[in-house]
Design a protein around this ligand. Structure first.
Ligand SMILES: [Zn+2]
Length: 164
């Protein structure tokens, strides 16, 4: 898809974190096992859309919590948590670290965070928008250290983006 070298990497929820969420999610609950009858749900372990009838786990996930803990940052009110779908078993992860092919053409909100984990910018990615220039626009701000992609209507965390 992209013809030039990407300046960023897209990261799913890390496999070791997904493994934790399969037993106990970030809200301290056991995740919910369910059959996704209609499919099309974005899976945060491999960044593809679920197939109709696929069995998934629905778990609560705090997308900045581990990132902040590794950097000794106190997130305060920015320690948000929300629902994510993951595979119930290890799935091998995404096919590559560029923008996920199966999530291209779906509306997303991009939220830009600084080194303290505070939101300092963002934009809406419409289905017709090319994601790469939009992401590069946010990362052009040197104060932005990580960008999170979220669903527009449901608001759920989908994946993280960092400079390569
Ligand atoms: Zn998966």
């Amino acid at each position: 898809m992209a013809t030039k070298i990407a300046t960023f990497t897209v990261t799913p929820i890390a496999p070791d974190v997904v493994a934790q969420l399969r037993h106990r999610d970030d809200a301290g609950r056991e995740p919910l096992l369910l059959v996704d009858e209609s499919g099309g749900s974005p899976l945060r372990c491999c960044l593809r859309a679920s197939e109709p009838g696929e069995t998934l786990l629905l778990a609560s996930y705090a997308p900045l919590r581990r990132w902040a803990a590794e950097r000794d940052i106190d997130l305060n009110a920015y320690d948000e948590m929300g629902p994510v779908f993951v595979h119930p078993q290890p799935c091998g992860g995404p096919a590559h670290d560029g923008y996920p092919d199966e999530l291209r053409g779906t509306p997303r909100v991009l939220r830009a965070y600084n080194e303290k984990g505070r939101i300092i910018g963002g934009l809406v990615l419409d289905p017709d928008d090319d994601p790469e220039p939009a992401i590069e626009q946010l990362l052009a701000d040197p104060d932005v250290v990580v960008v999170h992609a979220r669903a527009v209507v449901f608001g759920c965390f989908t994946f993280a983006i960092e400079r390569r």
